[in-house]
Design a binder for this molecule. Structure first.
Ligand code: NAP
Ligand code: GLV
Ligand code: GLV
Length: 321
């Protein structure tokens, strides 16, 4: 029997195969129930999803655990401090889902601006009465101002796509991103200037203590009435109740959301609004990205047990012994 790995729910086979080829004994948990029942004591590696909250309570049940290889780039679902205290390595899957998530961000942006869901619904309902000069008039995207909050991998990939739309690109982040500036002509501005000037604002920060509710009522009020907000980062970067209020009262023109504060639940009233496009957290949902995420997570576990520093280690660990 090889070292035991718990994958909390089924993932693309490529990752599972990599682990089995290396002699690991892989268990795949039942959807949503990986931690209830069963003996967790034997596992030395855990491959959780972003929906699995990995906290002190879980870690106490897993005394032999050495590595948590998250199946996501975001790792706000893991109590990093608790893991580090126990000398457990934590890894993520950066890079391999950047382009897929940037594409989806643009899909939301375009769907919002050009009323794509409304048009599709109208056609299916048999309500298209022929070409009409006043039918489904949306917003222009070309030449407008895009505001990127969180100019990292995905934020930069979203900005690059905006070059083809001749957009003015603003960004807000804690650090200067010279590569982004050189490649796209993006300008770094302060938070309020971005909120006040952008026609489309796209969120790409990780969810941390600093970014929770980064967009709340005062920030929504600073945005233009004609502006759109797109979120493919984490739901709690926006106060969703404040967003519903802003959308109802016309503080902003619309929102495109792939992520929500209390997934899979939506804030009351959100789904009743016409000026939102809602997606079920599918930013990285391409066959290619999800396969590469599985391979990356498995690769991190293999690195670790073969004595290498895992390629995507996110916590500071002493791996010398
Ligand atoms: P990344 O490369 O680490 O980018 C994050 C950016 O946010 C960096 O530029 C970082 O720069 C900046 N940042 C961090 N804290 C900040 C703060 N307090 N204020 C302002 N800027 C801050 O991560 P990524 O790969 O682009 O992924 C971003 C996030 O997208 C992930 O954490 C995840 O939650 C989400 N995501 C969602 C999906 C989906 O399915 N919808 C898919 C993939 C990722 P500094 O640290 O230099 O400030
Ligand atoms: C997806 O949301 C991720 O963080 O990978
Ligand atoms: C629209 O279909 C046009 O030809 O202008």
């Amino acid at each position: 029997m090889g070292r035991k790995v718990l994958i909390t729910q089924n993932i693309p086979q490529a990752g599972i195969d990599l682990l089995r080829e290396k002699g690991f004994t892989v268990t795949i948990g039942r959807t949503g129930a990986a931690f209830s029942g069963g003996d967790l004591k034997e596992y030395e590696a855990l491959l959780p999803l972003l929906t699995d909250k990995i906290d002190e309570k879980i870690l106490q049940k897993m005394p032999r655990l050495k590595i948590i290889a998250n199946y996501a780039v975001g790792y706000n679902n893991i109590d990093l401090e608790a893991a580090t205290k126990r000398n457990i390595a934590v890894t993520n899957t950066p890079g391999v889902l950047t382009e897929a998530t940037a594409d989806l961000t643009w899909a939301l942006l375009m769907a919002l601006a050009r009323l794509i869901p409304q048009g599709d619904r109208l056609m299916r309902e048999g309500k298209y009465g022929g070409w009409d000069p006043m039918l489904l008039l949306g917003a222009e995207v070309y030449g407008k101002t895009l505001g990127i909050i969180g100019p990292g991998r995905i934020g930069s990939a979203v900005a690059k796509r905006a070059v083809g739309f001749d957009m003015r690109i603003l960004y807000y982040g804690r650090t200067v991103n010279t590569v982004l500036e050189q490649e796209t002509g993006a300008e770094r501005v302060d938070f309020d200037a971005l909120l006040e000037q952008a026609d489309f604002i796209s969120l790409h920060v990780p969810l941390t203590g600093d970014t929770r509710y980064l967009i709340d009522r005062p920030q929504l009020l600073k945005m233009k009435n004609s502006a759109f907000l797109i979120n493919t980062s984490r739901g709690a970067v926006i106060n969703e109740r404040a967003l519903v209020e802003a959308l109802k009262n016309g503080f902003i023109a619309g929102a495109g959301l792939d992520v929500f504060e209390r997934e899979p639940l939506l804030a009351p009233g959100l789904a009743d609004l016409e000026n939102v496009v809602l997606l079920p957290h599918i930013g990285s949902a391409t066959v290619t990205a999800r396969t590469r995420m599985a391979e990356t997570a498995a690769g991190n576990i293999i690195d670790f047990f073969e004595g290498r520093r895992p390629r995507n280690l996110v916590n500071q660990l002493d791996l010398s012994d």
